[in-house]
Structures are given as structure tokens and as C-alpha cells.
Design a protein around this ligand. Structure first.
Ligand SMILES: [Fe+2]
Length: 309
């Protein structure tokens, strides 16, 4: 009989983030421990584990299955037929914009499990922001305004605006793959979290515009709400070491990968698990505008393929 010791949960910030100790992650984890991790994750929105160097592709995926059904990225193929997506500094786009993963489809992932393989000697931190506290700390008139808005998200956005320099060839190639299918999805700006019941702000860099508004009004409103999400008090910053694992509730966070480690190698692997279709405070679900359906990826099920609310 194996002895199960209770994990330790140490808060990192006032509004977001906790480090969990005393756990060796993998597919064999005791159900009670998985339950404690899930509770900590829903409470603190992102949780961190040091010293998980024993994980490989298979055990990373096996652990993620304890949180839900792994899903493939809707357009970016996995290199080796597994669910893990490479996040590689030498291979395409960097995530140095605030975003929630894959919000250009309706049922975007519930959780992401990110494992650090190679970490640069400096920089390359990741920040997370709590989109539930960003909402709850808004003044009442702004909460009421947000409650009534919907926004159109797309995977096709203006890359040249992000990288004013000439686009490197790798980024051009990545863009072609990333946008091989162009998705347009309308989400409520305020999502009611399916597990906690909290209201969260659903924005980030896949937002094209607020539905029904002109470009200028749309930009002003997105900037207004996004500033509350990105406020330093509302964030936590993690300095990676190889073997670290971060898990975040993708329905209650945005994140930002800081692009400050020059040309040093930085490699992480991400497994995402399936989410459900968001609903707003009025009960109206998100809807896919185009294409007619989320296409099947090369294997497995697509992130966002779920149609149930
Ligand atoms: Fe991301």
C-alpha cells in the first residue's frame, strides 16, 4: 500500500497563483490528490509544481487525462502524434501578448498543462492574470456594461502589427499553419464559469472587435477591460526551471510569455484538455460564426469540437 501525503499549497499572490509541493505528477496519481490539485486550481487559477523532471510525453499526457479529455490544437499539428504541443522559441510565434488559449473556437480548452523542458539562462518568464477578480473588482457600472457585450474572436489577426520588423521566415510559416483554417467565434465578454459560477472577463488577443460597435469604440472598450485584467495586482509571474509544470484554468485566466531571453533556447510542452461552450450572464452561449463546424484534426478530437454547453 502506498502512503499518500497531503500536498502543500502555498499562495504566491493576493489574487492569483499557488505553488503545490509534495506531489509527483503522473497518470497513477491518487484520486484524492487529483481532487486537491483541482480544488487548488479552481481557487488560485494557476498552480505550479517544481521538480517534475521525471515526466515525459506519455506521462505528461496521462496526468492531463486525470483533469479531462486531451484535445489537439485545431490547426497546429503535433510533431509526433501526441497531444502535447511544442512551445519552442526557435519555431514560430512567441506568446508575448495577453491571451487565453484557443478562444477563436467556441468550446476552447478548460485547462492547459505546461511542462518546461529547456529553459534559458535568463528571462522567458510567463505571467498569468485572473479574469474572475478582474471582473469582480470592476466598479458596478463597468460590470453592468461588460455583462451586455459580446466579442468576435479569430485566429487571424494582424501579425505585422505585433512584429513591425520584417517577419522572419519561421513566423511566416507558422502563421500559414496557424491560420490554415480561419475561425470566427462570438463569445460573451463575461463568461459564467461552469464549475465555480464566477463571472470572468473573456477577452485577449484573439478578439477582433466588440459585436455591433465601430472599430474605434470597440478598441476603446477592449483596452478599458483589458487594462483591468493586466493590472500587476491581478497577475502572478513565474520564473521557470527545467522540470517545472504549470497548470492553469484557461476559463479564468489570460497569460503572457515574456520574450526577453534573446536567442537562447526555450522549449515547453503543452497538453490542453477539453472545455465546454461558454455562456454569458443572460444564458446565451457562444457561437461559431465560421466555418460551419470545427474540422477534425489529423488525430483525436479538436479543441473546441464540443457543442454542448
Ligand atoms: Fe498560450
Amino acid at each position: 500500500m502506498t502512503t499518500v501525503t497531503a500536498p502543500t499549497v502555498t499562495r504566491l499572490g493576493g489574487r492569483i497563483g499557488a505553488e503545490i509541493g509534495g506531489v509527483r505528477l503522473g497518470g497513477e496519481l491518487d484520486a484524492a490528490v487529483v481532487g486537491e490539485i483541482r480544488t487548488a486550481l479552481l481557487t488560485h487559477k494557476v498552480v505550479f509544481f517544481r521538480g517534475q523532471e521525471h515526466l515525459d510525453e506519455a506521462s505528461h499526457e496521462a496526468f492531463a487525462r486525470l483533469l479531462g479529455t486531451p484535445v489537439a490544437h485545431p490547426t497546429v499539428p503535433s510533431a509526433d502524434g501526441r497531444y502535447a504541443l511544442g512551445i519552442d522559441s526557435h519555431h514560430g510565434a512567441r506568446a508575448n501578448q495577453w491571451h487565453t488559449d484557443v478562444t477563436f473556437v467556441p468550446a476552447y480548452p478548460a485547462f492547459s498543462v505546461l511542462r518546461a523542458v529547456t529553459i534559458p539562462p535568463y528571462g522567458g518568464n510567463t505571467l498569468w492574470a485572473n479574469t474572475a477578480t478582474a471582473y469582480s473588482h470592476l466598479p458596478a457600472p463597468l460590470r453592468a456594461l461588460a455583462d451586455g457585450l459580446r466579442a468576435v474572436h479569430s485566429n487571424e489577426y494582424d501579425y505585422a502589427a505585433l512584429k513591425p520588423d520584417a517577419l522572419p521566415e519561421a513566423l511566416v510559416q507558422y502563421r500559414e499553419v496557424f491560420t490554415s483554417t480561419t475561425f470566427l467565434t462570438e463569445h460573451p465578454v463575461v463568461r459564467v464559469h461552469p464549475e465555480t459560477g464566477e463571472r470572468t472577463l473573456l477577452l485577449g488577443n484573439f478578439v477582433q472587435r466588440i459585436a455591433g460597435l465601430t472599430g474605434r469604440d470597440s478598441r476603446a472598450l477592449v483596452d478599458l477591460f483589458q487594462a483591468h485584467i493586466e493590472s500587476p495586482e491581478n497577475t502572478v509571474r513565474w520564473q521557470w526551471r527545467a522540470g517545472d509544470v504549470a497548470i492553469w484554468d484557461n476559463r479564468a485566466t489570460q497569460h503572457y510569455g515574456v520574450d526577453d531571453s534573446d536567442d537562447h533556447e526555450r522549449t515547453l510542452r503543452r497538453v490542453t484538455v477539453d472545455g465546454d461552450v461558454p455562456v454569458g450572464p443572460d444564458g446565451v452561449p457562444s457561437r461559431l460564426i465560421s466555418p460551419d463546424a470545427v474540422p477534425e484534426p489529423a488525430f483525436g478530437i479538436a479543441s473546441g469540437a464540443s457543442t454542448t454547453a
